[in-house]
Design a protein around this ligand. Structure first.
Ligand code: AMP
Ligand code: ZN
Length: 466
């Protein structure tokens, strides 16, 4: 398997630290608002990377943090007149809802910055002890020039960086390049006690600490959007390698942006759609499919037209799949494959291998999806009501397997049959007769969730499909 490593700017063969295991850390969201579809890109990309590793038999330890203390969270809390944790807790819940709807698997660990403050104080203390950090009036800074490898990820030269930095008037840093590890609180801000001041950590230190705690000093893959390369990931490397005296991450993976009118979609520019807004118009599996239609290192320019065409493309797969299920129902005799069918199944196997080759080549989901279309074409050409069950089943299994690696759900939720609806209505009537009103309501809600609306009339219960 080859991965493009931002650190070496090359595709490299993946060699895990520990055989059969992958330790991956993906920088997570700052939880002060609903996520937009730009934020959804790394979430979907790295969930797919994880799924593919798991398919290949690796045990994946996947850690992604919540940044739950930050200026933006505090600002929103002040606007609403509530404490910061009320905001972060609310948006962690909303984040979970969105990611579940996008069929994203839950991280092995999802640590919160505010629950890891002790570890941050410990790492900052080590950095001070080793001469990599210093305190000034309650603020602790990282001494950037002291870390020799600074700039190795973003390929920036430290002297060029220095000349590009404007120095704030009241800056107390020894060097403009130095960055904050700990800062004292301002009025109305959440804070924690520390040897330097009552305050809170800088953003970069949290990832260094959580990565070490949950994955160890050295990890296989560290990932995020490409805007995190500098300064966030560069600073994480400096902190972790200075504190631990070990290499931090072997492979650095960064997804390109989701743009709109060729500009990065971002909250601050106001040019964004939230995942929720998209969910009003589309099934979110279309968004997932749309995102994976591009290689993760290629920019995507979002447009309604592209979403529409992703919807139509996905329907080609789901329709073919439903058709295959229909053939299976029709061909109730369990018969063996014919000679011709066996030959076609070798073609199917070749497409499977092509899918893996695409994914092995730096997770080329775009080419992997093309392979699924080739399989769909093969199925549409050769499967029919005369085909053997085994033959049809092989196509169903293959499409299910490949779609599942990409996290795309393709089977349509089956509508309830009229008899099932009648049986559930009867069960609800019985529950009411027995005064089990909670159960009766649950049955009504279950029917409603499947699009069945009940009307209690004098003649009895009537129902219709929504
Ligand atoms: P933020 O909330 O801005 O810290 O972003 C959270 C994650 O989303 C980071 O990995 C960012 O790199 C990523 N991200 C933000 N905007 C975009 C975008 N327009 N396209 C792709 N990734 C993005
Ligand atoms: Zn991070």
């Amino acid at each position: 398997m080859k991965i493009y490593n931002t650190l070496t700017k090359k595709k490299e063969e993946f060699v895990p630290i520990e055989e059969g295991k992958v330790r991956i850390y993906v920088c997570g969201p700052t939880v002060y608002n609903y996520i937009h579809i730009g934020n959804a890109r790394p979430i979907l990309v790295f969930d797919t990377v994880r799924r593919y590793f798991e398919y290949k038999g690796y045990e994946v330890n996947y850690v992604s943090n919540y940044t739950d203390v930050d200026d933006k969270i505090i600002k929103k809390a002040n606007e609403e007149g509530v404490e910061a944790h009320i905001i972060s807790e609310r948006f962690i819940k909303e984040f979970i809802k969105d990611t579940m709807a996008l069929n994203v698997n839950e991280a092995t660990t999802h640590p919160k910055a505010t629950e890891e403050i002790d570890g941050m104080i410990e790492m900052i203390t080590t950095l001070i002890d080793k001469g990599y950090a210093y305190e000034k009036d309650g603020t602790v800074y990282f001494r950037t020039r002291r870390f020799e490898g600074y700039g190795k990820l973003s390929k920036k030269n430290i002297d060029d960086l220095e000349s590009g930095i404007r120095i704030a008037v009241n800056d107390q840093k020894d060097d403009p390049l130095d960055f904050v590890l700990w800062k004292p609180k301002k009025e109305g801000e959440p804070s924690w006690q520390s040897p330097w001041s009552d305050g809170r950590p800088g953003w970069h230190i949290e990832c260094s600490v959580m990565s070490r705690k949950y994955l160890g000093d050295e990890i296989d893959i560290h990932a995020g959007g490409e805007d995190l390369i500098f300064p966030h990931h560069e600073n994480e490397i400096a902190q972790s390698e200075a504190a631990n005296g070990k290499n931090f991450a072997r492979y650095w993976m960064h997804n390109a942006f989701l743009n709109i009118d060729n500009k990065k979609m971002s909250k601050s520019q106001g040019n964004f759609f939230t995942v929720r807004e998209i969910a009003d118009k589309y099934d979110l599996k279309v968004l997932r499919f749309f995102m994976l239609n591009a290689h993760y290192r290629s920019p995507i320019n979002f447009s309604r037209d592209l979403m529409e065409s992703a919807k139509v493309s996905l329907e080609r797969i789901t329709n073919a799949y439903s058709q295959l299920e229909y053939f299976l129902e029709m061909n109730s005799e369990s018969n063996e494959c014919t000679e011709t069918e066996l030959e076609i199944l070798t073609e199917l196997k070749a497409f499977h291998n092509k899918f893996e080759l695409a994914m092995d080549d730096d997770f080329n989901t775009a080419d992997a999806i093309s392979t699924i279309f080739e399989i769909v074409k093969l199925a549409n050409t050769h499967c029919n009501t005369e085909s053997s069950r085994k033959f049809v089943q092989s196509f169903i299994d293959e499409i299910t397997l490949l779609a599942d690696i990409l996290g795309i759900i393709i089977s349509k939720e089956k509508d309830l049959l009229d008899e099932d609806v009648d049986a559930l209505i009867q069960a609800r009537q019985d529950a009411r007769k027995n005064k089990e009103f909670k159960l009766a309501d649950e049955i009504r809600d279950e029917l409603l969730s499947k699009g069945i609306i009940l009307e209690d009339t004098r003649e009895g219960v009537r129902w219709k499909r929504a």
